[in-house]
Design a protein around this ligand. Structure first.
Ligand code: NAG
Ligand code: NAG
Ligand code: NAG
Ligand code: NAG
Ligand code: NAG
Ligand code: NAG
Length: 401
């Protein structure tokens, strides 16, 4: 795949004049749009090196060291770029414009976060031995305290999309004290159970054991990417049908609501990549016969060895503390409204401070929507909850760009 992409990239050299951001990487997109940008590496307790991006302010403005902080965490097979692709109104830039110090997570295994203290992602299969459970157990408790320490703030606003919500739900259900780091957790297209997922890809792989085959072949990564911006773009230009299908299958977009003008740029930055084992965990989630969220199932024998019990431990969502805001899409085929209703019911009512279910929103509309006016609700919530925590701070400088 990598070789094919590189060959295609060299062979086609497609002109990207209409899509200047397609050939820019994350930092270059920020710079091109007038923002300062930083890169930070954080090492987790289990030795993964995660790369965070930060937009501390506009390039033409002095830095204000005392801004409110927001942390944006992407979903499955995605990466930080998803938050800055939807121009002119991408969530990342909207928060920067609203005066926030904006941080972007990159989950282990996406092409920005392939570092490890001892393992080499391209050579060592052991690197890919993780699922979202490890993001919950190790990534979050590494990156959130790092951001608070670096910014000198007591709390931040956490915005998760899809798997970015699942890992926070899982972490909070295991450690309620962790909410002390967060003034509000805003969950976009939130995921607990996916029993009613309507994505054909997951049904297809029930019949065709793609992940087991990949395991047998010693392939640990799913949709790898070598971080050369534009290669996917060239690939998609040539094989747009393939890319449309991949997108339909995985992201399950409803293009009518999503910003199709930006699609060539978006696909130049996507997919982020993850482990085959994470895909297997998701596939397991589609198969449960009851509503529950549980750890990776190794099979009875290995579960006993690893968890000390035959069945994987179940996360207790009834313990999740708030404040939490939930944004559901009525047309979301991954985070289906039926599963959303379960989630709303199981998280304690006193933890949920705001919820909204929007017509015509698919799974990716939350990050790539055509009309991002609704996002002012997210910023209003962040403002409401972060101002309480930081009353003494001078109000942030409003940036225009
Ligand atoms: C983007 O490319 C520049 C070189 O043009 C490099 O310095 C920078 O680290 C890259 N950023 C990312 C996020 O890959
Ligand atoms: C972050 O870690 C990666 C992978 O280990 C490395 O290639 C990169 O140079 C590091 N970047 C910084 C800013 O330390
Ligand atoms: C993957 O991780 C699990 C749990 O930590 C461990 O029991 C298992 O041996 C690991 N497998 C490989 C192939 O490293
Ligand atoms: C739970 O989170 C808090 C706040 O980040 C942290 O201080 C504490 O060590 C965590 N507890 C466990 C058991 O990991
Ligand atoms: C965008 O959405 C807002 C509501 O969020 C609506 O008031 C407005 O009319 C929409 N704009 C367009 C161009 O559809
Ligand atoms: C924010 O707070 C204001 C004033 O308390 C309130 O009127 C508004 O409804 C709140 N908005 C949100 C989205 O919570």
């Amino acid at each position: 795949m990598k070789v094919i992409c590189i060959l295609l990239g060299i062979l086609c050299a497609v002109s990207a004049e209409d899509y200047p951001d397609a050939k820019r990487n994350f930092t270059e997109v920020c710079t091109a749009h007038g923002w300062r940008v930083e890169t930070h590496n954080v090492t987790t307790a289990d030795n993964y090196i995660l790369t965070l991006f930060r937009i501390p302010g506009a390039a033409n403005q002095p830095l204000n060291p005392n801004k409110k902080v927001v942390f944006l965490q992407h979903g499955l097979l995605d990466c930080a770029d998803t938050w800055i692709m939807d121009l002119p109104d991408s969530p990342g830039f909207q928060f920067a414009q609203a005066g926030y110090d904006v941080w972007f997570g990159n989950s282990r295994g996406n092409y920005h976060s392939l570092g490890h203290v001892t393992l080499n992602a391209w050579k060592d299969l052991a690197y890919w031995n993780f699922t979202w459970q490890d993001m919950a157990d190790y990534d979050l408790p590494a990156v959130i305290p790092y951001v608070l320490q670096t910014t000198g703030q007591k709390k931040l606003t956490y915005i998760g999309h899809s798997q970015g919500t699942l890992q926070m739900f899982a972490h909070l259900s295991s450690n309620q004290t962790f909410i002390n780091n967060i003034n509000i957790f805003i969950a976009l297209a939130p995921v607990g159970t996916v029993r009613h997922i309507k994505i054909d890809f997951f049904f297809l792989i029930k019949k065709f054991p793609l992940f087991d085959m990949m395991n047998d072949l010693g392939i640990g990564c799913f949709l790898p990417y070598d971080n050369a911006p534009g290669l996917n773009y060239d690939f998609c230009e040539l094989f747009s049908v393939v890319c449309d299908w991949v997108d339909y299958a995985l992201a399950d977009m409803i293009t009518g609501n999503d910003n199709d003008k930006m699609l060539p740029t978006i696909f130049a930055h996507e997919a982020g990549g993850t482990s085959v084992r994470n895909m297997q965990h998701w596939q397991q989630m589609t198969n449960y016969d009851t509503y529950r969220v549980q750890k990776y199932d190794y099979g009875d024998h290995d579960n006993e060895k690893i968890y000390g019990q035959k069945k994987p431990p179940v996360y207790n969502f009834a313990k999740i503390p708030g404040p939490i805001a939930l944004f559901f899409g009525k047309d979301d085929r991954l985070a289906d409204p039926t599963d959303g209703a379960w989630l709303r019911g199981v998280i304690p009512a006193k933890s949920i401070v705001y919820q909204e279910e929007t017509y015509n929103f698919g799974h990716m509309t939350f990050v790539w929507g055509k009309n991002m006016t609704w996002f002012s609700n997210v910023i209003a919530l962040a403002n409401n909850y972060s101002s309480n925590a930081q009353e003494e701070n001078s109000s942030p400088v409003l940036l225009s760009s």
